[in-house]
Structures are given as C-alpha cells and as structure tokens.
Design a protein around this ligand. Structure first.
Ligand code: PEP
Ligand code: MN
Length: 358
C-alpha cells in the first residue's frame, strides 16, 4: 500500500496522537463545551464525534445527522482541533467533505461489508482527506486489510487503522476482546501504516481504560482514540465507557511512556541477548523436528502392526511427567498444557496422514 503519514498529526515528540470526543454529538452545547475542555489538553489533536450512529436495535438514538456538521465546524474554528466523524454511506462522505471534516472514519460494522467499503472508497476518489479504517467486528485480519486496500486504491494515502477490539464468544471483562496479535500482525505486514487504539470500544467500561491505553503505548501503537463526554452517565450512547475531559487528562498524565531505543550500551546488550534467543529458537526447532520424525516412525510402526494412533494411557502419562518437569523448571502450568496439547495435536495429525497413506 502507498501510505503517507499525515504530517500535522504527530507533532508531539514520542507521544501517541490523541483523538477524543463524545461517542455521539447530542447537542451544540454538549459538543462545544466538551471540545473547549479538550482543547486545553495539549496531547489532544483531533475531536471525534459520531453524527450517524450504527445502533444494534432500531428505536434508540441514531445520531443527530447532518445538522451536527455545523457544530463540528464551530469546534474547528473556535478551538483549532481537527475533526473526525464516522461515514457509513456515500452521502455522509459528501457532507463531511463539504463541511471541512479533516478525517473520515469507517466503523467496525461497515468494514465487514466489502460492497459498502467499495462505495465509500469511490465517494472519496480524488479527494485529499485522511481516512481511518476500524477493524471489522469479527477477528479477520484479511477483511481489515482488504478495506484499507480499497480506500488506498481510491487514492487515499493518508490512511490510519483503528484497533477497537473484536467480538468474541467467550466471557471476558472486555466489550470487545483486544486480541493484540491481530494489530501486531498488521504492523508487521504493513509497517508504514499507523495504528490508533480505541480503548473505549475495547473496554466498554471506564475502569479498564487506563490499563488498555498503557498496553497500547507499550506495544508502540501510534495513537489513542477515547470517548469523552461532559456528563458520561447521561450520554445517549455508550455511557458506561465514556469519561470526562478531566479524567482523560489524568489518564494521559498517568501513561508511562517508554523510549523505543536506548543508549549504545543498552542496544549492544539487547543485541547479545537476542542473538542468544535466535540460537535457542534454532535448537528448539531442530529438537521439535527430530521429535516429529520419531513420531512418523512410530506411526509407521503402529500402522504396520495394526495398532490405534491415540493411546490414552501413554498421553496421560506424558502430560503428568512433562508438567512436573516443566513446572520444576519454572514454566507456567497453563502455558505447558497449551504447548503439550499443540505438540500432541500435530503428532496425531502426522500419524493420521501416515495411516491414510496405506
Ligand atoms: C464509535 O466509534 O462510536 C463506533 C461506533 O465504533 P465502532 O465502529 O468501533 O463500534
Ligand atoms: Mn461509541
């Protein structure tokens, strides 16, 4: 992807950009009062606000729509903050551009639908605007990248990804499971793409925001988008996850920023330790390959003698024995169980292949 960093966003050295504002614009006063307070926080660069809200069920507050555009124009004129809104229909794109919105964002429900993403991308063709693409609700990295590519192909170079967590069927304290491995993999595949983390939609509740914001910073994510409301309890949408501007200020002040690189002595020592890790990983993989070779031999032997693959007693014995060895070596029991199961699964698969070859 041909991506350029929007130059006006990262003006503070070593600090992630902060995008803040209410989940939804509710009234002109609410928008302006919140923006005035946010403008006093130096880290806040962009004011966010939803005008068209994708609600799960009809009959709830669905946003103020077009009339909110004028409020955002006032925010920009009065505070100098940049503005961003969610666009879900080509008409929204048109209106946002007409009213000088600086950044458009595609929401998690939109990004699951390539038809809609394509329509939005086409509405942006030839326009110089910054666009943020949230991850789709489901944990599908390809779908996320696909949406980014559609927007990029339409000529949008100032592109950002927003990590807002993923729907997950297991019980978790989060509204949307962070599954950090997915944004990390996105960073590996598209290193030049900035990733903003949206702790509000990951957490779904105020008390977890600090922890997730810190995690985002520790993982070298490029920014934070947080929902801020002058009176969170009374918010018409996402009340449980919004915070006041004051609480945001405290949250940002409490963030521990770590340096990305250290002194030459530090870098040398780190390099030496990493070399050791590389060597150990190599040895570990060779041992693993050797183990699986022997598994294949056992597979052949069992097949030739008409013996079943899964030998429960042997497997139970392995678990007990390896857990005892591993925990004595200081390895975590849950980790060991996962690792042993993974190796066992692979062993069974290889033997099954051998059995089917017959
Ligand atoms: C939002 O940012 O208010 C929003 C609707 O988010 P998401 O698309 O991530 O659910
Ligand atoms: Mn919201």
């Amino acid at each position: 992807m041909d991506i350029a960093r929007p130059p006006d966003l990262w003006t503070l050295d070593n600090f992630p950009i902060v995008i803040a504002g209410p989940c939804s614009a509710e009234s002109e006063e609410q928008v302006l009062r919140t923006a005035r307070q946010l403008a006093k926080i130096p880290e806040v660069k962009v004011f966010r606000s939803g005008l068209w809200k994708p609600r799960t069920r009809p009959g709830t507050f669905e946003g103020v729509g077009e009339k909110g555009m004028q409020w955002l124009e006032k925010v920009k004129a009065e505070t100098g903050l940049m503005t961003t809104v969610e666009v879900a229909r080509p008409e929204h794109v048109e209106l946002a551009l007409k009213h000088g919105i600086d950044i458009l964002w595609l929401g998690a429900r939109t990004v699951v639908n390539p038809f809609v993403v394509q329509e939005l991308a086409e509405a942006m063709k030839g326009v110089s605007v910054t666009v943020m693409v949230k991850n789709p609700i489901i944990p599908d990295l390809k779908l996320w990248i696909g949406a980014l590519e559609r927007v990029n192909t339409a000529g949008i170079r100032q592109l950002l990804a927003v990590h807002r967590g993923f729907h997950y069927f297991k019980k978790s304290p989060f509204r949307n499971a962070p599954m950090w491995e997915i944004p990390i993999e996105l960073k590996r595949l598209v290193p030049q793409l900035p990733i903003i983390v949206d702790p509000s939609h990951i957490c779904g509740r105020r008390d977890l925001l600090q922890e997730i914001s810190q995690k985002a910073v520790d993982l070298e994510m490029d920014g934070l988008m947080l929902e801020v409301h002058e009176n969170p309890e009374a918010a018409l949408t996402d009340a449980a996850q919004q915070i006041t501007p004051d609480v945001l200020n405290t949250l940002l002040n409490n963030l521990i920023l770590r340096k990305r690189t250290g002194s030459p002595a530090f870098e040398n020592r780190l390099e030496a330790l990493r070399t050791e890790i590389d060597k150990l990983d190599g040895e570990m993989l060779q041992i693993l390959a050797k183990r699986l070779e022997i598994i294949d031999e056992i597979g052949d032997y069992k097949r030739d003698n008409n013996i079943t693959i899964l030998q429960m007693k042997r497997w139970a014995g392995i678990i007990t024995d390896r857990l005892s060895i591993g925990t004595n070596l200081g390895l975590d029991e849950q980790f060991l169980k996962k690792l042993l199961n993974l190796i066992h699964k692979e062993s069974i698969q290889r033997q099954t292949k051998i059995f089917n070859k017959k």
